[in-house]
Design a protein around this ligand. Structure first.
Ligand code: ATP
Length: 579
C-alpha cells in the first residue's frame, strides 16, 4: 500500500486544489436548501415577488458555483488518477524489466499482466472515487447534520433512524463481499494464465486433440470467476434498491412528522422542505462514505498486489562502485563456478573452471539437462553464480554494470525470439543505428540473405508477433544476424544451430569464423558436427565438467565425449568431419 502511495506525491498540490474545489462545492450545496426555505417562508407565503426574484438569482449563482466546483474537482481528480496510474504502470514495467529470471519465476507472467492492467485500473477507479468523495462526503454530511439540527431538532430522530438502517445494510454487504475481492483477483490471474497457455500452445493442443479438455479447464476457471462476480454484483445490486427504499421511507417520515409540527405551528413549511433536503444530503453522504469503505478495501487488495511487485528487490543488482572494462578483449574465465537454481536442493553446476579466449571457439556439449544452457546463462548474469566467480577481461562480472557487461555480449537464445516489426527493425535491435550495409553483411554471414531476398519487401518484410510467419530455421538465422549486427566482443550461441540443416550449419560456421575476427565464441550444441572443429570443447555431464580439450584430445581421453561422438557419427564421418 505504502509503495503505491508514493506515486501520488508528485500530485500533492493538485490534490490540495481538488479538496479546495470540493469544499466550495459542499458549501454551495449546503447553502441551497436555506435559500429555498427563505423563498417559501418569506417570499411565497408573504407573496413578496421582489424577495423571490432576488433570492432566486442568488440561488442560481450558488448553483452555478456548485456546478463549476464539481466540474473542476472531477476534471482534476480524473487527471490525477490517470497520471498516477500511468506512473504506476511505468514503474511496474521498469521493475519487471529489471527482474532476473529468478524473480520472473516467482510471479507468473499472467499474474504480472493482470497486476499491470486490471489491478492498476482498480486503483485508478478508486483514486477518482476517493478524490471526489473521501473529503466531500464527510464535509457535506457534517454540514448537513448541523444545518438540519439548526432547522428542526424535533425531526432529527428521522435522520438518526435512516442512518442506523443504512449502516446495518452496508455492514452486511461489507462482511459478505469484502473477502471475495481477493479471491476475485486471483481467479482472474488463473483465467489469464490458462488463456495465455492456450493461445501460445494452440497448435500442440490441436495436434494432441486436447481441445475438449483444454476447454473444460478454461470453462472451470471461467465459471469460478463468474460465480464470484455474480455473487459480488448481486450483493452490490441488492444494496441500491434497499438504500433507495430507506431514502423514500425517510422522506415520507419527515413529511408525516413535519406535517404534524406545521399543524401545531412548531415548524414552517419552508423549513420542513429544507430539512427534507438536508436529510437527503446526510443520507447521500453516508452512502458515499460506506460505498468508499467497500471500494477502498477492493482497491487495497489491488494496491497490495502492485506493491508486492514494486517492493521486490532484484537479486541481480549493479555493484555500488562498478568497475569499467579497460581492455575490451573478451576473455571469459570461469573460476570454480557452482550454481544452484533458487529453491533447488541440488547444484545444477559444480566446480566449473575454464577460459574462453578471444578469436577462439569454445563449444559446450553434453546430454540433455547436463547444465549447458545454465552455464552460459551465467555469463550475461541472467542468474548469479552461487560459488566461485566469472571474470570478463580480469574483472568479476558482478563488479561491472549489467549494461556494460551485456553490451559486450551477442546472445542468441535456444528458442529464436523475434519482435513484431520488420526484419530490419529486428536486426536493428542489436544496434539501433545499424546501416543497410551492416544488416546485409550480418544477414549474409547468418545465411539469412537468401530467404530475405526472396521476400517481397526484403528487409522491410513484416515479421508478425513472436516471428510466427518465419520458419524455425529462419528465425534462428535472423536471431544470429541480430547478434552479428551488434558486433560484440563475445558471442554466445545457445544451441542456435539446431534448426539448421547440416549444409547451412557448416556454411554459417565457416562464414562466422571469417567475420567475427577476434571475438570470443561460445557455442552450446547437441550435434557433434557443429562443434567438431572448435578450439576447445567442454563436455558437460550432470552439471560437472567431464572433459575439456579439442575433438582429438577428447576422443582420446574423455569417455563421455567419445560416447556422444560415436552415437552420432561413424568413425569415418568423424575423420571426415575434421576436414
Ligand atoms: N529455471 C529453472 N529452475 C530450476 N531448475 C532448472 C531451471 N532451468 C533448468 N533447470 C534444471 O537444470 C538442469 C540443467 O538444465 P539446462 O537447461 O541447463 O540443461 P541443458 O544441458 O541446456 O539441456 P538441453 O540440452 O536439453 O537444453 C536441468 O535438470 C533442469 O531441470
Amino acid at each position: 500500500m505504502k509503495t503505491v502511495f508514493r506515486y501520488y506525491k508528485p500530485y500533492i498540490w493538485l490534490i490540495a486544489l481538488i479538496l479546495a474545489f470540493l469544499f466550495g462545492q459542499a458549501m454551495c450545496e449546503l447553502a441551497l436548501p436555506g435559500y429555498m426555505s427563505d423563498i417559501i417562508n418569506n417570499g411565497i407565503v408573504k407573496q413578496d415577488m421582489d424577495y423571490i426574484w432576488k433570492t432566486g438569482l442568488i440561488m442560481l449563482a450558488v448553483s452555478a458555483g456548485t456546478v463549476l466546483c464539481s466540474l473542476a474537482g472531477s476534471f482534476l481528480a480524473s487527471r490525477v488518477s490517470a497520471k498516477s496510474s500511468r506512473d504506476i504502470r511505468r514503474a511496474l514495467f521498469r521493475k519487471v524489466t529489471a527482474f532476473s529470471a529468478a524473480e520472473l519465476e516467482d510471479f507468473s507472467t499472467a499474474s504480472l499482466i493482470t497486476r499491470s492492467t486490471n489491478d492498476v485500473q482498480m486503483v485508478q477507479q478508486a483514486t477518482v472515487m476517493i478524490l471526489r468523495l473521501a473529503c466531500f462526503a464527510p464535509m457535506m454530511g457534517i454540514g448537513a447534520i448541523v444545518r438540519a439540527l439548526n432547522t428542526s431538532v424535533s425531526l432529527s430522530w428521522t435522520v438518526g433512524l435512516a442512518l442506523l438502517v443504512i449502516v446495518c445494510i452496508m455492514l452486511m454487504a461489507f462482511f459478505l463481499v469484502l473477502p471475495k475481492f481477493k479471491v476475485l483477483q486471483s481467479k482472474l490471474d488463473r483465467l489469464n494464465l490458462i488463456m495465455k497457455e492456450r493461445l501460445s500452445g494452440i497448435l500442440v493442443i490441436r495436434a494432441f486433440n486436447t481441445e475438449k479438455s483444454e476447454e473444460e479447464r478454461f470453462d472451470t476457471a471461467n465459471v469460478e470467476l463468474t460465480k464470484i462476480n455474480v455473487f459480488v454484483n448481486r450483493a452490490m445490486s441488492f444494496m441500491m434498491p434497499s438504500l433507495m427504499f430507506v431514502m423514500n421511507g425517510v422522506s415520507i417520515l419527515i413529511i408525516w412528522a413535519g406535517a404534524h409540527l406545521i399543524e401545531s405551528q412548531d415548524l414552517m413549511i419552508g423549513d420542513m422542505l429544507a430539512y427534507l433536503q438536508y436529510a437527503m444530503q446526510v443520507i447521500m453522504s453516508f452512502l458515499f462514505i460506506t460505498m468508499m469503505f467497500i471500494m477502498i478495501p477492493r482497491a487495497a487488495v489491488s494496491a497490495q498486489r502492485i506493491g508486492q511487485v514494486l517492493d521486490v528487490e532484484p537479486t541481480i543488482e549493479d555493484s555500488q562502485k562498478p568497475q569499467s572494462l579497460e581492455n575490451h578483449k573478451g576473455v571469459v574465465q570461469f573460476s570454480n563456478v557452482s550454481f544452484a537454481y533458487p529453491d533447488a536442493e541440488e547444484k545444477t553446476l559444480e566446480n566449473i573452471s575454464f577460459t574462453a579466449q578471444p578469436g577462439k571457439t569454445t563449444a559446450i556439449i553434453g546430454g540433455t539437462g547436463s547444465g549447458k544452457s545454465t552455464l552460459i546463462s551465467l555469463i550475461p548474469r541472467f542468474y548469479d553464480v552461487t560459488e566461485g566467480e566469472i571474470l570478463l577481461d580480469g574483472i568479476n562480472i558482478k563488479d561491472m554494470t549489467q549494461h556494460e557487461l551485456r553490451d559486450q555480449i551477442g546472445y542468441v537464445p535456444q528458442k529464436g525470439m523475434l519482435f513484431s516489426g520488420t526484419i530490419a527493425t529486428n536486426l536493428q535491435y542489436g544496434k539501433e543505428d545499424a546501416t543497410a550495409q551492416e544488416m546485409l553483411e550480418a544477414a549474409e554471414t547468418a545465411q539469412a540473405l537468401d530467404f530475405i531476398s526472396e521476400k517481397e519487401n526484403g528487409f522491410d518484410e513484416e515479421v508478425s508477433q513472436g516471428g510466427t510467419n518465419v520458419s524455425g530455421g529462419q528465425k534462428q538465422r535472423l536471431s544470429i544476424a541480430r547478434a552479428l549486427v551488434k558486433k560484440p566482443k563475445i558471442y554466445i550461441f545457445d544451441d542456435s544451430f539446431s534448426a539448421l540443416d547440416f549444409k547451412t550449419d557448416k556454411a554459417l560456421r565457416d562464414a562466422l569464423k571469417k567475420k567475427v575476427g577476434d571475438s570470443t565464441i561460445i557455442i552450446v550444441a547437441q550435434r557433434i558436427n557443429t562443434i567438431i572443429d572448435a578450439d576447445q570443447i567442454l563436455v558437460m555431464d550432470e552439471g560437472k565438467l567431464a572433459g575439456i580439450g579439442s575433438h582429438e584430445e577428447l576422443m582420446e581421453n574423455c569417455s563421455v565425449y567419445k560416447e556422444i561422438a560415436l552415437s552420432q557419427l561413424s568413425e569415418q564421418e568423424l575423420e571426415r568431419g575434421r576436414k
